[in-house]
Design a binder for this molecule. Structure first.
Ligand code: ATP
Ligand code: MG
Length: 328
């Protein structure tokens, strides 16, 4: 059985991008592998968060994991800050990370662009992400395309540690969907859909009401043509909507194209909205039931206990290999 690790930040309302790019693979992998899925609150605070919102969003993300189909009996669901080894190994890996390596990270460039003040945490985010993965010696990391570069750095850090201190870390592999690895914003197909985008019209939140979903899709920007054709280079907006359609209706891209041949964008968008609603409505009902059940905290406690067992062992091994004096 392989070990699988991934996380989602409680930095806003989860979007269809998070669902298609990452969570659908969480659900798939839990059937055959040992999985660790976290609410990564230590990552979320790399940009300012309101304390009450952070607490609410953290619980909400955990409930959405379950609502999306992650089964606590099959996968460990927990909050990153409940497993203290993440922060500690994160610091250790920061000392092995080059400034130049971090400067090349496109997430840092995107998130710091145009800001007057940028926290150092945003800069060292990738070292903490490396710790998240390596602390479990994870084999597979299901993520969207935007995290590929961070994963590449994680692999470099694992190799660097292994060559300096002796073979120890597993070199993790990304696990990225073929279609839908990068769902784009509804208002600007040159930017990925992101839950922290202040323009709520740019994303579909998993908890958006059906009427809101319909409105957002009808307002999504398109080119001025009328052909429903998958061509990301020349028709990025329609191609993005086709990817979403393909996932939500569970049919191939070619089938979507064939279905709307000669029909223009109107009927396509209308049906797309209904397919998205039909995926999200049951998820929303399940979400409500989970929040009301009051079971989340117990699930998170059990997840963190199992995760801590593995993570503490890794941290002790790492410290020993690096020459930390053990307390006696
Ligand atoms: P933020 O704007 O706060 O960074 P986010 O929407 O990018 O939020 P993250 O918590 O950073 O969400 O990422 C969680 C997971 O979702 C990661 O695996 C990431 O690659 C994936 N993901 C995020 N956005 C998209 C997207 N637009 N398409 C596909 N996958 C995505
Ligand atoms: Mg992100």
């Amino acid at each position: 059985m392989k070990k699988v690790l991934s996380g989602i930040q409680p930095s806003g309302q989860l979007t269809l991008g998070n669902y298609i790019g990452a969570m659908q693979n969480f659900v798939k992998l839990q059937e055959t592998e040992e999985c660790f899925f976290m609410v990564v609150d230590l990552h979320a605070i790399t940009v300012p968060q309101d304390p009450a919102m952070l607490r609410e969003q953290s619980e909400s993300v955990a409930a959405l994991f379950i609502a999306a189909g992650i089964d606590p009996a099959k996968a460990n669901i927990f909050v990153q800050s409940h497993v203290r080894a993440h922060a500690e190994l994160g610091w250790i890996l920061t000392t092995l990370t080059g400034m130049g390596e971090l400067e090349r990270m496109t997430q840092f460039k995107d998130k710091s662009a145009g800001k007057d003040s940028v926290g150092a945490g945003l800069f060292v985010y990738p070292s903490l992400m490396a710790a998240d993965i390596l602390v479990y010696n994870a084999d597979l990391v299901p993520v969207g395309d935007d995290q590929k570069q961070h994963l590449e750095l994680t692999r470099d850090l694992a190799n660097r540690f292994n060559s300096r201190f002796g073979d120890y870390f597993t070199i993790p592999e990304p696990y990225i969907p073929k279609i839908g690895a990068r769902i784009m914003s509804l208002d600007d197909a040159s930017k990925k859909m992101s839950k922290s985008n202040p323009n709520v019209g740019s994303f579909i939140a998993l908890l958006d009401e059906p009427s809101v979903i319909r409105k957002k899709i009808s307002r999504a920007t398109t080119d001025s043509g009328r052909e429903v054709k998958y061509d990301p280079a020349n028709k990025p907006e329609i191609s993005n909507l086709i990817s979403i359609y393909s996932h939500c209706a569970n049919i191939s891209i070619a089938e979507v194209e064939a279905r709307y041949e000669g029909q223009g964008y109107g009927p396509f968008k209308k049906d797309l909205a209904e397919h998205v609603v039909s995926v999200l409505e049951p998820l929303q009902q399940k979400y409500k039931a989970i929040r009301e059940s009051g079971q989340i905290h117990e699930i998170l406690k059990q997840g963190a206990a199992r995760a801590s067992e593995l993570a503490d062992r890794t941290l002790a091994d790492v410290k020993e290999k690096m020459g930390f004096l053990a307390p006696r």
